[in-house]
Ligand binder design. Structure first.
Ligand SMILES: [Zn+2]
Length: 158
């Protein structure tokens, strides 16, 4: 009897949690559309919550000045001014370009509780945020290169 109540309670908490945590994408496309717009690696990471292997992405060691945008919808997400060398092999930032550029959700996959970072506009999976970053925020936004496109500050004219 007690166990049943526990289950009901857990179910109730679960539903409520889900409602609070679920965000709505402004840009939403079918899986097929995303697949046709992205490379297989970008699709696997940004749309299927994958993770690239450390030190393999195009941007972890990028030191150029510029803007990091969502690979799916082109929303500016991070600036090179907030990028730092975290030693993890993934592009790491201490803050997003603005407070509403990204949203976070609880991720309890892989037997860990982590905080997932998503693009606010299209809900692309970007990576995770951890509370072990440098000043001024103390946060580490750990992202995948494949979820980002880099736009240099002074793009050469065509
Ligand atoms: Zn996006």
């Amino acid at each position: 009897m007690r166990r049943e109540w526990t289950m009901v309670l857990l179910a109730a908490i679960g539903c409520r949690g889900e409602k609070i945590m679920s965000h709505k994408a402004e840009i939403s496309r079918s899986e097929e559309e995303w697949r046709s717009l992205l490379t297989p690696e970008q699709f696997r990471i940004a749309r299927k919550k994958g993770t690239e292997r450390a030190f393999t992405g195009a941007l972890w060691d990028n030191k150029k000045e510029g803007e990091y945008r969502c690979v799916c919808c082109d929303l500016p997400l991070f600036s090179s001014s907030a990028k730092y060398e975290s030693g993890t092999g993934w592009p790491s930032f201490f803050e997003p370009v603005s407070a509403d550029a990204v949203v976070t959700e609880n991720d309890s996959s892989l037997f860990m509780t982590r905080t997932e970072i998503l693009c606010r506009r299209c809900m692309a999976h970007l990576g995770h945020v951890f509370p072990d970053g440098p000043a001024p925020t103390g946060m580490r936004f750990c992202t995948n290169s494949a979820a980002l496109s880099f736009v240099p500050k002074e793009a050469p004219s065509p």
